[in-house]
Design a protein around this ligand. Sequence first.
Ligand code: PHE
Length: 345
Amino acid sequence: MQQRLKELEMEALQKIEAAENLKQLNEIRVAYLGKKGPITEVLRGMGKLSAEERPKIGALANEVRGVIATKIEETQKKLEEAVVQQKLASEKIDVTLPGRPVEVGNHHPLTRIIEEVEDLFIGMGYEVAEGPEVEKDFYNFEALNFPKGHPARDMQDSFYITEDILLRTHTSPVQARTMEKREGKGPVKIICPGKVYRRDNDDATHSHQFTQIEGLVIDKNIRMSDLKGTFEVFAKKMFGADREIRLRPSFFPFTEPSVEMDISCFMCGGSGCHVCKKTGWIEILGAGMTHPNVLEMAGYDSKKYTGFAFGMGVERIAMLKYGIDDIRHFYTNDVRFLKQFFVHE
Ligand code: PHE
């Protein structure tokens, strides 16, 4: 019996040694140490032994069992560790591999200009106002002192939807709508960016849809010098601290007097170049003192209240600022064009 136990021990240890994985090891455990295993079998046969032999064999059987169990335990640890190592090796991350860059979007150059202008005017106490792009003839023309049949309507070729409804040709209807909402009370200080539409044939400098920013100030004692001072701040902030401005007489039905504002050329400083077409000056916006008829139609007492308004083309400003030669670049959304305006924010 002693012999048999020793053989079993040898045999078991060999098998444990040869076990390749945890599953095999477990099978060995069950086979040798389980209730139906050979050691239990030996112990069961002990009844036949003499009283002296019985404890010896019993002790030996327990010892063999212990040796096998310890060996299994050790091997199990080794195999488990090997599993972990293998997993680590297979899941290893190569941190030296180049990353895949994520394409990040950015503001469109027109949005950039709008936000820059908005920030500047908000800093001077203006609010941002908006109005509909599908507009009533009344707000687009009538309330701005363009009566039906007024020749100045010809300046703006319009997309009519019905006889009374059109795509707005400028952002000036927001002036009329805001004044109407304020019910004859001042002060009004608004800036209104938005899309406008005209029946133009598209080319490098014309687009049937473009963007304007409108401004309106109404209060007591607003004078032309307020308009001029505001434009000086605007011109220097947008186009450089040494810009000068000049006002030229112009005509808009809703302002009187009306002006156009030029800035000294930021490219040549005024000596004449291709940007200013050799004049030294660049036209930036249309403006004027709010016409008394416009004030009265919106419910303001034109004896108490005065104001000024201005409107500028955002594409034109962006083209000048960024040196863009074709207005159509803004709408074709070629990523190569848009990427040039990428700024980390
Ligand atoms: N609405 C005018 C245009 O589109 C611009 C303008 C706005 C002029 C406000 C004067 C005052 O041409």
